[in-house]
Write a protein that binds this ligand. Structure first.
Ligand code: AMP
Ligand code: GLY
Length: 426
């Protein structure tokens, strides 16, 4: 098969690395890719949202499968574009329809969907300019902390957790009256704060059947012991000790099955990943959010743990026979540790050369590239999150230690990483 993968982060390097191991994968192209995907396939300079140029590329290179990494093309309707095009409609596209992608693209859509299907989630109300005053009253009588969410996509920044009422009122005003997140915050979801431990569960579905391909715990704060600013994710571990059979069964019965049934009942066409962002509240799972893609850096541990052939799984999604597949996992624990640029998640610089010590050839960690690019044969930094180093171990501690040891053999100006990923499971 000839496969086109869209995206350029650590998630895409991990997906490319996994797909390349499949005997079904002939030519693998990554658009636009990074200096890591360059090692496993051919990078092509096409924007993830430029569907017309992708069409020309797919025709010229006899592409059989398109795998979509990030959320923006999903919400912009990439699935519908391919399926409505005479020459592209037979390509397997791993993505939901634009309508179904609203599960990620609109917090209001996803909250209403969960309510219709009795899926446990935090209680909430939604507001616009039209009922702004009512929203202020709602905040004044609400318990603290309180969570404000811009309805639309806001590059992962649209959620604000407020610890006092004044901060919540100010944030609410900034979002609705001053368009803090542009049109994405014309509507705001205000919800109850859930106390618990977060975990992400990943499912592949054709809208009827599903396979759970893994789960992971993400460490989102920049500082050790989960302190400081929120980031896209500083590291991940899998499997997570509290994800035992009894908790997983609750996740399946109360969340995954009603979600898939909801897609079916509402004729929401879906051929891709569902990322369930969950909160474990005293042993009960609640949905914090749906994403219609894999997580980053969750993919960097979920893919190494997954034993199955990923391309075969995608074919099963496309051909509606996921029910015949059994998911298998590799032994042990997996951890990834993210190396970021100095200053991230605030201002940071790019284009610093990255030095890889030769001793890295002796370690069995996998170096996934996130924000990197090749410039005149030198690999340089090209983003806030630069590299994710994944290792396997017989415990979470051992896996993390292997990654941090490998990271000591890598350097670039201003490089920073957390040494305490998985700290609560030591
Ligand atoms: P999101 O941008 O939707 O991923 O949300 C960012 C983060 O905010 C989540 O990963 C949670 O850590 C936190 N969060 C969102 N909603 C809630 C909630 N209702 N209760 C507690 N934490 C939340
Ligand atoms: N690591 C969280 C996300 O991908 O949304």
């Amino acid at each position: 098969m000839n496969i086109l993968l869209l995206g350029s982060g650590g998630r895409e390097h991990a997906l490319a690395w996994k797909m390349k191991q499949s005997t079904l994968c002939k030519n693998l192209f990554i658009a636009p890719g990074n200096a890591g995907t360059y090692l496993v396939g051919e990078n092509v300079q096409i924007d993830v949202n430029d569907f017309n140029t992708q069409k020309q590329f797919c025709e010229a290179n006899q592409i059989n499968m398109v795998v979509v990494g990030p959320e923006e093309p999903l919400v912009k309707g990439i699935f519908d574009f391919y399926k409505n095009d005479e020459t592209l409609k037979n390509i397997i596209v791993i993505a939901p329809s634009a309508k179904a992608a609203q599960l990620e693209g609109s917090k209001s859509f996803s909250k209403r969907f969960m309510q219709r299907h009795n899926i446990p989630t935090a209680s909430y109300k939604e507001f616009t300019k039209a009922n702004f005053e009512e929203g202020k009253k709602y905040i004044l009588q609400h318990s603290l902390p309180i969570v404000l969410k811009a309805d639309g996509l806001a590059a992962g920044k649209g959620v604000v957790i407020c610890n006092n009422t004044n901060e919540a009122l100010q944030t609410f005003e900034d979002m609705i009256l001053h368009q803090q997140f542009g049109a994405a915050s014309d509507k705001v979801v205000i919800e109850q704060f859930l106390h618990g431990i977060e975990v992400s569960v990943f499912v592949l579905t054709n809208g009827k059947n599903y396979s759970i391909i893994g789960h992971a715990k993400d460490y989102k704060r920049i500082g050790e012991a989960e302190t400081g600013l929120n980031t896209g994710g500083m590291g991940c571990v899998t499997p997570v000790p509290f994800m035992n059979n009894s908790f997983m069964q609750k996740v399946e019965e109360k969340i995954i099955k009603p979600t898939i049934k909801g897609l079916q009942d509402e004729n929401l066409v879906y051929n891709g990943f569902i990322f369930f962002g969950l909160m474990n509240v005293q042993g009960e799972p609640y949905v914090i959010e749906y994403n219609c893609r894999m997580g980053d850096p969750e993919t960097e541990v979920v893919m190494p743990r997954l034993k199955n052939d990923l391309v075969a799984l995608f074919v099963a999604v496309g051909k509606n026979n996921l029910q015949n597949i059994t998911i298998e996992y590799n032994e042990g624990f997996f951890a990834t540790v993210m190396a970021v640029s100095g200053g991230y998640p605030s201002k940071y610089k790019k284009n610093f050369p990255i030095y890889f010590n030769n001793e890295l050839q002796q370690v069995d960690s996998i170096i996934f590239h996130a924000g990197t690019k090749k410039e005149n044969d030198i690999i340089v930094t090209n983003g806030g999150r630069v590299l994710a180093v994944t290792s396997q171990g017989s415990s979470i501690t051992e896996a993390v230690k292997k990654s941090t040891t490998a990271l000591q053999k890598i350097s670039f100006e201003g490089m920073y990483f957390r040494r305490d990923i998985g700290f609560e499971f030591v």
